[in-house]
Design a binder for this molecule. Structure first.
Ligand code: 5GP
Length: 200
């Protein structure tokens, strides 16, 4: 990669609302393009192949692993997710920065391969809000408790990221994300320490 090309990774705690924020960012800031990743999970209502994900079968995904087609891949809740080498290369070839919206295991592998990549964690405004957003998705008490524990565990795996942005208000969060991507503003893990404490 040349100096002008950048890889930025965005990960979020459950309930942080990352899809809305990232989609808004991509509309507002043409410098970035999101890598459309591959997954074996079922398509959700409204999702489109090659737009939200490349939806593939388990066999196809495993074939791609065997062909060394992925920069990183991870298994999340029994489904495979992976960033293809081609996906990143296509974006870089267009002269754009590649935005990877992936979970922490994949992010760790990206860090090994691209130590200069930028890592941004998106959190909901508070632990209470995280709990309320997770509960709002339904399920029984055991389910909800498990999902909250998992979200907390995930946040703990991302404390090494470069920056933290909070999604309280979508407009503000998009602005903050642009600032963070430009390395402006007070979003470093260190500067956001107190906020992070309430989650861990
Ligand atoms: P969902 O199934 O809700 O779309 O995504 C589940 C998780 O997988 C999210 O945290 C999402 O960011 C992450 N994810 C999506 N694509 C990839 C990928 O290619 N690699 C990794 N490691 N995680 C991904």
């Amino acid at each position: 990669m040349s100096k002008n090309e950048k890889i930025a990774v965005i990960s979020a705690a459950s309930g942080a609302g990352k899809t809305t924020v990232v989609n808004r960012l991509l509309k507002q800031d043409q410098r970035f393009s999101r890598v459309i990743t591959h997954t074996t999970r079922e398509k959700r209502p409204g999702e489109k192949n090659a737009v939200d994900y490349h939806f593939v079968s388990k066999d196809e995904f495993e074939q791609m692993i065997a062909q060394d087609a992925f920069v990183e891949w991870a298994k999340v809740y029994d489904n495979y997710y992976g960033t293809s080498k081609q996906g990143i290369a296509d974006i870089i070839a267009q002269g754009k920065h590649a935005l990877l919206v992936i979970e922490w295991q994949g992010a760790k592998n990206i860090k090994k391969l691209y130590p200069n990549a930028q890592f941004i964690l998106m959190l909901p405004p508070s632990m209470e809000e995280l709990k309320s957003r997770i509960s709002g998705r339904g399920g029984d008490v055991k389910d909800i408790t498990q999902r909250i524990e998992l979200a907390t565990h995930e946040i703990k795996q991302m404390l090494w990221y470069d920056q933290v942005i909070i999604n309280d208000d979508v407009d503000q969060c998009v602005k903050d994300l642009i600032l963070a991507l430009n390395d402006e503003g007070a979003f470093s893990m260190d500067q956001q320490k107190e906020r992070i404490q309430s989650f861990i």
